[in-house]
Write a new protein. Structure first.
Length: 95
């Protein structure tokens, strides 16, 4: 993510219009895990609202990734499968 993109994201997530903030959050969530590393860098922002929104975005991305992985794992899960791994995926997907 380029510097101007970070500044734009911070500005948009600081917006007073909830519809603007929701649209930006949806677009960032739709970028998926590829955007997570760059978004984590924004957790150091001074604005607590931006940090809160970034935390929510990262949680949703993680939940979607876990849900996707779980949907692949479940049909293939065997009796001797790794139940602990499946449990962690389930808990991440449900957050």
């Amino acid at each position: 993510m380029l510097l101007h993109q970070k500044e734009a994201i911070v500005k948009l997530l600081s917006d007073d219009d909830p519809l603007t903030v929701d649209l930006v959050k949806k677009q960032l969530i739709d970028q998926g895990a590829e955007a997570s590393a760059e978004l984590q860098k924004l957790l150091g922002e001074k604005n607590p609202n931006v940090r809160r929104h970034i935390t929510q975005i990262l949680a949703e991305i993680d939940s979607r990734e876990a849900s996707s992985e779980l949907s692949i794992l479940c049909p293939l899960f065997q009796e001797e499968g790794d139940i602990e791994h499946a449990s962690w995926l389930l808990s991440r997907a449900m957050l």
